[in-house]
Design a protein around this ligand. Sequence first.
Ligand SMILES: NC(=O)c1ccc[n+]([C@@H]2O[C@H](COP(=O)([O-])OP(=O)(O)OC[C@H]3O[C@@H](n4cnc5c(N)ncnc54)[C@H](OP(=O)(O)O)[C@@H]3O)[C@@H](O)[C@H]2O)c1
Length: 325
Amino acid sequence: MKAIVVRQWCEPRDLVMEEVDRPVPTAGQVGIRIQSAALNFPDVLMAAGKYQVKPPLPFTPGFEVAGTIDSLGAGVTGFTPGQRVLAQLSLGGFAEFAVAPAPATQAIPAGMSDDQAAAFPLVYQTSYVGLVVRGALKQGETVLVHSAAGGVGLAAVQIARALGAGRIIGTAGSDHKLELIRQQGADIAINYQTEDFVEVVKRETDGRGADVIYDPVGGEIGQRSTKCIAFEGRLLIVGFTGGAFSNFVSNHILLKNYSVVGVHWGSYQKHRPATIAQAWKALWEMYRAGQLRPVVGRRYPMPQVADAMELLTSRAAVGKIVLHW
Ligand SMILES: NC(=O)c1ccc[n+]([C@@H]2O[C@H](COP(=O)([O-])OP(=O)(O)OC[C@H]3O[C@@H](n4cnc5c(N)ncnc54)[C@H](OP(=O)(O)O)[C@@H]3O)[C@@H](O)[C@H]2O)c1
């Protein structure tokens, strides 16, 4: 089968498509013929050897796919060959076939396209676990979502709206993303490159600040967020697309009574898989109620993976980028 292969830590242009052995599902796994695979920021970091997880070389990146069941490993029940499924993978999604653990595989509801299905698992799971499990978001609370037109950001806006958040404020790095953020459920959208988001949040909350702040950017953005966080607020550390970590000052955390909360969705697979199963149940309910709609901003044929990755890192993309066969 054809697959994108990382032979050495590399930039997107150095990725190659090769003929490799087709994976065979072992006990408890399903084999999937992939139609669409969604791109995530960590794919770029992983290929460059800059992600916290460094797989042994060579490897095929890709964390989430949609397609049809091709074969079943021993002991798998509840799936049938030919059935449309989406799956979360630890690696291997940018290929014609992949194997996934059965518990990480979900049937695709009627009416959901392969592109939308591939774009669904990681960002909605992460944002649900972030807002609900780690952030304890309550109805009526103000939520500030940074990079709100991006993958995890848009999912966070839609989930916060579905959960009955009060005011939702989204930031983005350019004006052309602001209308989309409002369309997807935010009350206010601001360009954090040209406007001071701290002032906007204070103004819009009568000085109280945001109860939950969702931060996939890090660096200065995370640090400055502590200036507009409410009493007993929760600052969710989701990622570092800005390329730097934030430094937090402990006496400020104490004096303002807020929490800085790490969100690492992947750890739930190891430590508390029941949380992921519960998140799936809640996400599908929201999806069926029409509250969640994956936004596919751009799709590319699989051989153009470098173009797709460069669009993601250029900051011009909105929603999810999908690769298709
Ligand atoms: N913690 C977890 O479990 C978990 C799970 C999934 C993803 N993540 C993390 O969440 C972050 C977002 O992932 P994603 O896949 O959803 O990507 P994404 O948000 O769609 O990433 C692209 C966006 O990042 C923003 N960005 C800010 N500073 C940037 C910079 N210096 N260079 C490039 N882009 C920059 C840009 O939007 P603006 O300019 O509009 O801000 C850009 O459009 C990543 O750090 C990822 O590792 C964490």
